[in-house]
Design a protein around this ligand. Structure first.
Ligand SMILES: Nc1nc2c(ncn2[C@@H]2O[C@H](COP(=O)(O)OP(=O)(O)OP(=O)(O)O)[C@@H](O)[C@H]2O)c(=O)[nH]1
Ligand SMILES: [Mg+2]
Ligand SMILES: [Zn+2]
Length: 301
């Protein structure tokens, strides 16, 4: 018997596939390994269920997109989550993740948690990312502030779609998902006080059905996770920054790289306060990583 479904979890080569209302535990067929494709959470698949009850993923349907971190396929929304404090937000990481999402046709939404700890930082980040053209939610799972607004956004946008919450370890992704959807009962962890870092409490990506769509909790990033960045070419990069795109074509030199050239419309927009300086700094950092790369190379995973 064959059934179509969606992978909601994958641990140690065993995949949980949601087929209709039922879950099936399936293994991947060996053929995927030869093809260097591995099934990922979010994949739409065909499962073959044998008479003895063993189930195999037989086919992975065409993907809309695929991310390495978090390892997921077919995302529509990414809730890029950062905390106002403990651990402090790292803008370069947030900008990398948003660039990867835009490039992959995933709509980024910024969520700033723990605003009870540092409301001013929450406001600063909201202004920064709001000005850069993204939806932003500031909230606190501790006192409930801002949770209803995010729930309303999800109620409107999640039906029929797949979303993930991603960001550094310890910023409160699982705590927030529990506040939004108490029935999930996700494990949450503390913060190591000495270094103010998370403890990697969430170990696996898992998709949950909610509000007529699907939403994933994901393991927090560590400091090293975003070292590589070869998902696109330097030519693609300006299009991965929505606030830069409107200025393209207005620079003095047609081959402008928008780093610091005279007559660069983007550099001018930074100087005029139209583009946020930290966003341009991230653009420059990513450009320098990508500039020697000639063509897009598929990253094995
Ligand atoms: N003050 C405050 N603390 C919070 C808030 N949200 C979460 N926390 C605390 O932050 C710590 C980490 O929360 P988690 O939800 O486990 O963080 P996570 O992002 O899921 O972490 P990983 O699973 O490691 O990626 C816990 O001690 C939470 O109680 C908040 O809004 N305010
Ligand atoms: Mg977690
Ligand atoms: Zn330019």
């Amino acid at each position: 018997m064959k059934q179509d479904g969606k992978i909601i979890k994958g641990v140690g080569g065993k995949y949980t596939v949601l087929c209709g209302g039922e879950t099936v535990t399936a293994r991947a067929r060996g053929v995927f390994r030869h093809e260097q494709i591995s099934p990922e959470v979010g994949d739409n698949v065909t499962v073959r269920i044998e008479q003895e009850g063993d189930a195999y993923i037989e086919d992975i349907h065409e993907r809309k997109n695929l991310l390495i971190r978090p390892p997921m396929a077919n995302l529509d929304y990414m809730f890029i989550t950062a905390s106002a404090a403990k651990p402090a937000p790292i803008l370069a990481t947030l900008d990398k993740l948003s660039a990867i999402c835009v490039h992959s046709d995933i709509a980024p939404v910024f969520v700033i948690t723990k605003c009870d700890l540092d409301a001013a930082m929450g406001e600063r980040l909201a202004k920064l990312y709001g000005h850069s053209g993204f939806p932003v939610f500031t909230l606190s799972a501790e006192d409930g502030e801002g949770i209803e607004e995010l729930r309303a956004f999800l109620g409107e946008n999640l039906p029929g779609k797949t979303a993930a919450f991603a960001g550094a370890s310890g910023i409160g992704k699982s705590t927030l998902l529990n506040a939004l959807f108490p029935e999930l009962g996700l494990a949450t962890g503390g913060i190591s006080e000495r270094i103010a870092r998370g403890k990697h409490t969430t170990r696996h990506v898992e998709l949950f059905s909610a509000l007529g769509g699907m939403v994933a909790d994901t393991p927090g990033f560590s400091m090293l996770d975003f070292m590589r960045f070869d998902f696109m070419t330097a030519e693609d990069l300006p299009y991965a920054f929505p606030e830069i795109e409107p200025y393209l074509g207005r620079c003095r030199y047609t081959k402008c790289t928008h780093l610091c050239e005279d007559g660069c419309a983007i550099v001018e927009a930074v100087q005029n306060g139209e583009i946020e300086p930290s966003r341009h700094e991230s653009y420059v950092e990513l450009y320098n990583i990508l500039k020697d790369k000639k063509e897009w190379k598929k990253v094995p995973h």
